[in-house]
Write a protein that binds this ligand. Structure first.
Ligand SMILES: Nc1ncnc2c1ncn2[C@@H]1O[C@H](COP(=O)(O)OP(=O)(O)OP(=O)(O)O)[C@@H](O)[C@H]1O
Ligand SMILES: NC(=O)c1ccc[n+]([C@@H]2O[C@H](COP(=O)(O)O)[C@@H](O)[C@H]2O)c1
Length: 438
């Protein structure tokens, strides 16, 4: 539950010379997430182009010259038109995507998406339902390797059923995260390169945690955040990332990071159209504080890549706001002595911001009131109410696996299969009492 397990851990209060986070000047988008609701007020004139100078990244690939599409984009639109467009956009967003529409927004994975739909188009419904029903054990897999699926048309390629064994498997062509720091590359295959809504600012959500293993709750957290941000803020979500903690975190029940990263990848690629996994934190030789993890995302997205293109533009970019997504328990740990440095909390909450998913049984709002630093930065904190409570716990999932109980419908099938194939958690030694009290 805290980084004090790290053999190199130094309590912030006794070791003030810890590596400082980056200067706020290097974080382009520090506009608070709130005031929410007000931001979508019909009476409010809001335009990304004209708003708050610190927000607009000066990077303009063509020395500030507007292209044709930009000039047309900046034609004044009436309030009524804007309201209609917003309504249309929000309706479009609300319709869940079909599996075949799970395409990436960047060019690098265009071929990968084609790959996926090719395979999907060629698969018969019968084959899918058979496989969807299967959490493959090794013996079943072996048998399947010999069966093939064909539409009967001799010109169509034969597809082995093992090739589509699990609908949630990572599609062909999607780059996997590196397992060594030397090979590391920041994943952008689902990072939106351009804003859709000219009236919104870009926002990237980052979830730090153990994810041992990732569950449907961890996936749901992002969707809940997406709904709240879309409905009640001036921001447009352009990407979401899991950043699994490194092995140095030494938390009980932590599977090796290479497995946790892979399980997150398996969970994201087929169940989501916008979530990615970044292995950078997990590959660090030492434990990395969350403030520095957010600096890494800011560096990759805003410093190195110059941010996200404005809607309709191919030349002008704007810095993305980076926000930490966390559950109520993680936020409450911010009140525990020596777990977080005050400077880090100011940096995380003040310069980035926090999306807090309420956890059953924890009173986040009272906690925010009682915590001085949180209260100071309250405009940069969005509390997300769980409208359907979900309390799936990785700790209990690990216990179920150890007891050979079913964990189906708590986590994606591909993750279950990965756990089986790598014999994860079966021999865990976590004290059961601790597990049951969680
Ligand atoms: N039931 C829950 N409700 C809201 N947020 C949650 C819930 N469970 C986990 N989270 C959040 O998910 C993120 C990642 O969690 P992490 O994997 O580190 O711990 P965990 O899910 O509590 O697992 P474990 O049981 O191993 O402690 C954290 O921000 C955590 O607060
Ligand atoms: N000082 C810090 O930066 C600090 C302290 C506690 C937890 N965390 C982070 O919170 C995340 C979740 O931790 P738990 O799984 O212990 O709840 C981890 O990514 C961990 O690195 C960071």
């Amino acid at each position: 539950m805290d980084p004090t397990h790290d053999p190199d851990f130094q309590p912030p209060s006794t070791h003030p010379k810890i590596q400082p986070p980056v200067s706020p000047k290097l974080i382009p988008n520090r506009k608070p997430i709130q005031p929410y609701v007000l931001s979508d007020d019909e009476n409010e004139e809001f335009n990304v182009e004209e708003d708050d100078g610190c927000l607009i990244d000066p990077i303009s690939l063509k020395n500030g010259k507007a292209t044709e599409s930009e000039s047309s984009m900046s034609l004044p639109i009436t309030r009524h038109e804007r309201a209609t467009r917003r309504k249309e956009q929000s309706l479009r967003h609300k319709i869940p995507k079909k599996a075949t529409e799970l395409e990436s927004s960047s060019t690098s994975s265009a071929s990968a998406s084609e790959d996926v739909s090719d395979v999907e188009n060629a698969i018969s419904d019968t084959a899918l339902s058979e496989d969807a029903d299967t959490v493959a054990g090794a013996s079943r897999m072996d048998r399947r390797e010999y069966s093939t699926i064909s539409s009967g048309n001799a010109n169509e390629p034969m597809i082995h059923s093992f090739q589509i064994a699990d609908l949630e498997e990572v599609p062909h062509g999607i780059p996997r995260q590196a397992t060594r720091l030397e090979d590391y590359a920041f994943p952008t295959h689902r990072l939106k390169t351009r804003l859709t809504d000219p009236n919104k600012y870009p926002l990237v959500i980052v979830a730090c945690g153990s994810f041992s293993p990732i569950t449907y709750l961890h996936l749901r957290m992002f969707e809940m955040a997406l709904d709240d941000i879309r409905d009640s803020t001036k921001f447009e979500v352009v990407g979401g990332y899991y950043s699994p903690v490194s092995d140095n975190y030494s938390k009980p029940g932590l599977a090796p990071s290479v497995h946790r990263v892979r399980m997150c990848e398996l969970a994201c690629e087929r169940t989501s159209s916008w979530l990615m996994v970044d292995a950078w934190e997990s590959l660090q030789p030492r434990y990395t504080r969350t403030a520095l993890v957010l600096d890494h995302f800011n560096y990759e997205i805003n410093i190195k890549r110059g941010g996200i293109f404005k809607a309709g533009s191919t030349t002008q970019k704007i810095g993305a706001k980076i926000m930490l997504l966390a559950g109520g328990d993680l936020i409450e740990s911010m009140g525990e002595p020596n777990v977080w440095a005050d400077r880090d909390l100011h940096h995380i909450l003040g310069n980035y911001g926090c999306l807090i998913v309420e956890r059953t049984g924890s009173d986040v709002r009272s906690f925010l009131l009682s915590h001085d630093i949180m209260y100071e930065h309250r405009k940069n904190i969005l509390v997300i109410k769980q409208l359907i409570y979900n309390d799936i716990s990785s700790t209990k999932v690990r216990l179920f696996i150890r007891r050979h109980m079913s964990v189906r419908y708590l986590l994606p099938n591909s993750v279950i299969r990965y756990i089986q194939e790598h014999h994860l958690y079966v021999n865990d030694k976590e004290p059961v009492k601790v597990v049951l009290n969680k």
